[in-house]
Every structure is written in structure tokens, then in C-alpha cells.
Design a protein around this ligand. Structure first.
Ligand code: ATP
Length: 370
């Protein structure tokens, strides 16, 4: 009884999926999703996101490892026996059925009474603002409206587990923001276990209570959005999150002259505010907001401004420093293309990674100086 109460809604242990002839889509995945939790799995195209959902839904079988749903071995449950619903990028609505019939389909299949179907569809259609569209066919709806109906179908059935596969991928950015807000609100109202996959780091950061980062079939980090952004476990995570992500310098940590430490990468040489630390090859990652803009004579690095992108409250400055393109985020409005500016790293915010494995390391201790 106690074990049942403590078990996760979704539990994957050492799950592997290989497709013939020898495609390793997923490798040794350990993942626990608590009842009611909203977890986002994020990663680039081909990293195994859809495969992960299909395994949980029972549309594929793992090559190795086990999947438990609310503590029960999923391998003995057919897709229909798993109490879950899926929303895809391409809506997958029945084109010949009206919106009402599309919403009712899953309920009829489960022999829900007519009165109950009407009442649930009424409530969901009002919630998702598709009430006036109930008589239309999918071809008479906009992309955003179709996606609302696909979501409505899931909400009307209200399965214990919700699986989303890039549900906002086909919407234009303006609708995407609205739907993102709506999904977050719906989860707050009715906290069902949700696994949401996307390649969009903004969606992951804004929706996920927890984010799992997938790279080439492996989970490289799991954590809260803050942990993922502020403490990336892998170089890939630092480069993937942010708009744009961190810029990585592959280089060498050496003893400074006459003392301290110096990091060099190509013709860039940066003195560090640390007395000692790990010497050798290392990767430095700095985010666009991890630079001070200073007069060139005072700064660690001189840079030529190539382009200034005005994003309202802040600007992204594309510069060239020692032949390297870097993006710097600033709230200054006075910077113009072609001028020379000085840049100094905000060392307390820098991330360091092993040059071979890409894993996070702490080669130096930076005292908080500013
Ligand atoms: P995307 O974001 O482009 O949809 P994804 O992260 O969802 O990608 P998957 O669709 O899970 O990635 O695919 C993971 C890997 O497995 C890819 O290399 C893909 O080509 C391969 N793959 C997926 N399904 C099959 C299949 N049925 N047969 C063979 N290979 C497959």
C-alpha cells in the first residue's frame, strides 16, 4: 500500500530502444515522473523524443529496460489499457467528423453516457474557446483552432497521463505564445501527469516544472528550469538553452605571468581573478548576458560591433572579437554598428566543461567580486 502511494506515475528504468539495422534511438533512460507533475523532455531533432513518448504510450516496445505506469508493469498493458492521451503536432483530427464528433469520439469508445458526453464537451469547448465551432469540420478551422480541438479531445477524456509531442510546432509564433500560456493554466487547474516533448528551449523553460534534456538518445541532465540554466551539467545544455545559448571557447588554462591564471583560446587571452586552479585544456562557456561592456582600454577584449538587434527592453549586439563572432546582451542603447567596444567576462557566471567529455567541471573558484 505504502509502495503504491509512493510510486511514480511514469517510471522508466534503463530503457533502451534500437531500430533495425542498428539505430540506437534511446540509451539507458532512467526517468521518474511524479503524479501530477509537468515534465518537459527537450532536445534537437532526432534525439529520441517521439520514440520516448511512443514507448510510454505502448506504440513501441523497449529493446531493454522496464516501464511502469502508476507502479504497474506497462509491458502487459495494450495501448488502450493505458490510461493516457496524446496530442501531436499534426492534430490527427478525423477530417470527416465535426468538431463535436471529434471531441466525443474517445468518450463514445469508452461507452460514456450521452448526457455525460454533452456536459463534458460543453465545458471543454467553452474552456478552449471552440464552442462556436462545434458544427464545423477540421478543414474549416485555422491551425490554432484545430490544435485547440486536439487538446479538447484529450481534456474531454481526461486520462491520468497526458503525452504531448511538439503540440505547438505547427502554430505561428503569436498563437504559440497564447497556447503555451493556456497549457500552463490548464495544468494549474487540473494537475494531471504530463510529459511534453519539444525541441524549443523556450517552451521547455516556460512550461516545465522539471526539464529533461535529451541528446542522441541519452538524458544528459534533469532539473528545474533554474538548475538547467544556471548550472548546466554539460556543454550541450549550456549551448542549447538561452536566446542565443552560451558561446563556448575551447582553450587552455595556464599559469599567468607573473602569477594567477590565464585562459587562452586561439588569439584570445583572458586573465582570471583566481590565484590557482586546474591547469590544462578546458572549455569556457559564457552567455550573452555574462559580459561587461567597458571602454576598450580597460576591457579584457576588444570587439568590433557588426550588428545591433533592438528587442525593445534590451539589445543583442553581434560583435567580432579576435575573429570570433560573439553575441552580447545589453540594456545600453548607445552602441552602433562598426564601433569598437571592450568586453570583460563576468567570471562568477562563467561555466567550465571538460574539453573531451563536455561534462561540467569546476576548475577554479571565483570569489564574488562585483
Ligand atoms: P524530431 O524532433 O525530428 O521529431 P525526435 O527527437 O522525436 O525527432 P525520434 O523520432 O524519436 O526523434 O527518432 C530518434 C531516432 O530514431 C532517429 O535517428 C530516427 O531516425 C530513428 N527512428 C525513429 N523511428 C524509427 C523507425 N521506426 N525505424 C528506424 N529508425 C527510427
Amino acid at each position: 500500500m505504502i509502495e503504491q502511494a509512493m510510486s511514480s506515475a511514469i517510471s522508466l528504468k534503463q530503457v533502451e530502444k534500437k531500430f533495425p539495422p542498428n539505430i540506437q534511438a534511446l540509451d539507458a533512460i532512467d526517468l521518474e515522473v511524479a503524479d501530477g507533475e509537468f515534465v518537459v523532455v527537450v532536445g534537437p531533432s532526432g534525439c529520441g523524443k517521439t520514440t520516448l513518448l511512443r514507448l510510454i504510450a505502448g506504440l513501441e516496445e523497449p529493446t531493454r529496460g522496464s516501464i511502469l505506469l502508476f507502479g504497474s508493469d506497462a509491458s502487459v498493458l495494450s495501448p488502450g489499457q493505458r490510461d493516457l492521451g496524446m496530442v501531436f503536432q499534426n492534430h490527427a483530427l478525423f477530417p470527416h467528423l465535426s468538431v463535436f464528433e471529434n471531441l466525443a469520439y474517445g468518450l463514445r469508445a469508452r461507452r460514456v453516457s450521452k448526457a455525460e458526453i454533452s456536459s463534458r464537451i460543453d465545458s471543454v469547448a467553452r474552456k478552449l474557446n471552440v464552442f462556436d465551432l462545434l458544427k464545423r469540420k477540421p478543414s474549416q478551422l485555422s491551425g490554432g483552432q484545430r490544435q485547440r480541438v486536439a487538446l479538447g479531445r484529450l481534456l474531454a477524456r481526461d486520462p491520468k497521463i497526458r503525452l504531448f509531442d511538439e503540440p505547438l510546432g505547427s502554430l505561428d509564433p503569436q498563437f504559440r505564445n497564447g497556447m503555451r500560456g493556456e497549457l500552463a493554466r490548464l495544468h494549474l487547474e487540473n494537475q494531471r501527469t504530463t510529459l511534453y516533448v519539444t525541441h524549443d528551449q523556450t517552451e521547455a523553460m516556460t512550461l516545465g516544472q522539471r526539464i529533461c534534456v535529451l541528446k542522441e538518445g541519452k538524458l544528459v541532465q534533469q532539473g528545474s528550469p533554474e538548475e538547467i540554466y544556471e548550472c548546466p551539467a554539460h556543454r550541450f545544455v549550456a549551448e542549447f538553452f538561452g536566446s542565443p545559448g552560451a558561446h563556448c571557447f575551447e582553450g587552455m588554462m595556464e599559469r599567468g605571468d607573473p602569477e594567477g591564471l590565464c585562459f587562452s583560446s586561439g588569439s584570445i587571452r583572458l586573465s582570471l581573478p583566481a590565484k590557482d586552479g586546474l591547469i590544462g585544456s578546458v572549455t569556457l562557456a559564457l552567455r550573452p548576458e555574462n559580459w561587461f561592456i567597458e571602454p576598450p582600454e580597460k576591457a579584457a577584449l576588444g570587439a568590433q560591433v557588426r550588428r545591433v538587434e533592438n528587442l525593445g527592453d534590451h539589445r543583442l549586439i553581434e560583435v567580432c572579437a579576435e575573429g570570433r563572432p560573439i553575441v552580447v546582451k545589453t540594456y545600453f542603447s548607445g552602441i552602433r554598428p562598426n564601433e569598437t567596444i571592450g568586453l570583460s567576462p563576468l567570471w562568477e557566471e562563467a561555466h567550465w566543461f571538460d574539453s573531451i567529455t563536455g561534462e561540467r567541471i569546476e576548475p577554479i573558484r571565483i570569489p564574488p567580486i562585483r
